[in-house]
Design a protein around this ligand. Structure first.
Ligand code: DGL
Length: 290
């Protein structure tokens, strides 16, 4: 006889927010996936726009920035931190997850687990920033997930971040750049492609067009959100109802952050309030036009 579902109304809950951070706006694709899956959770988002992008930086430097931001979010009393940045995950999170004062979930392991389930021919591609690809973090994650028989083909795509931030996701130059970056993956006949950078979900159209309709695209944003969902349920840490609006903190220019945020968060969210990290305190409010 099927078991009656557990009475979750009596389950303990945790009203503290989820911390999410990135080098800038890219991690908002992960925040958006979290908002879709967990509408009762409140998010505190930290965009390190003063020091991003992280992709071209030294990994030791990215590790230091990551530790500082996780400390900042822990002081804001978050229950969990999502490192919504592949470069930060590669540099700091999956190498030593116990080094932080609060639990930190990265974006690499969730995407790898999904890709290994999705591949039919055992050939998986991954694209990311120069830092992520050079770190070898995806190769290690594939082995850690038991994918010894999988061939991982990697390609760094350094210009994609700049193009996405300029709002260019469909024009002919984007198609040409994507054609060049992805040529080795097409030639290797990968049947699954991991979008190993939080900006890349905005390029899904062009990536799918270049790779062809039979190649499965794996977004680390959605997979990570699913993993956070499962963790909050398993550890009985769900919030019952968001008591306050999401918070957005930027270390650099708040107005520039808010303008880009509207693109990443999508039409569903009409306005973004951005708070400046550290002194001088400042708040910027940007509403969407029309
Ligand atoms: N968010 C970063 C990532 O996912 C891309 C932007 C950057 O280079 O910092 O790797």
């Amino acid at each position: 006889m099927p078991q009656a579902p557990a009475d979750r109304s009596a389950a303990p809950h945790d009203p503290r927010p989820i911390g999410v951070f990135d080098s800038g706006v890219g991690g908002l694709t992960v925040a958006r996936a979290l908002m879709d899956l967990l509408p009762d959770e409140r998010i505190v988002y930290y965009g390190d726009t003063a020091r991003g992008p992280y992709g071209p930086r030294d990994l030791g430097e990215v590790r230091r920035f990551t530790a500082q931001i996780v400390d900042d979010l822990a002081r804001r009393d978050v229950k969990l931190v999502v490192a919504a940045c592949n470069t930060a995950t590669a540099a700091a999170v999956e190498t030593d997850p116990l080094a932080f004062p609060v639990a930190v979930v990265g974006v690499i392991a969730p995407a790898v687990a999904t890709a290994l389930r999705a591949t039919r021919n055992g050939r998986v591609g991954v694209i990311g920033t120069t830092g992520t690809i050079a770190s070898g973090a995806y190769d290690r994650a594939v082995l850690a997930a038991g994918g010894d028989d999988v061939r991982l083909v990697s390609a760094a795509c350094p210009r994609f971040v700049e193009l996405v931030e300029a709002g260019r996701t469909t024009d002919s130059e984007v198609l040409d750049v994507a054609g060049d970056y992805l040529a080795s993956l097409v030639a290797a006949e990968v049947d699954t492609l991991i979008l190993g950078c939080t900006h890349y979900p905005l390029l899904t159209g062009v990536l799918s067009y270049v790779m062809g309709p039979d190649v499965v695209l794996v977004s680390s944003a959605e997979e990570t959100a699913r993993r956070v969902f499962a963790r909050l349920v398993d550890e009985r840490m769900l919030a019952r109802r968001a008591a306050a609006p999401h918070r957005f903190v930027a270390s650099g220019d708040g107005a520039a952050f808010a303008r880009l945020a509207a693109r990443f968060l999508g039409p569903r969210l009409s306005e973004v309030d951005v708070e400046r990290a550290g002194p001088p305190a400042a708040r910027v409010h940007v509403g969407r036009p029309g």
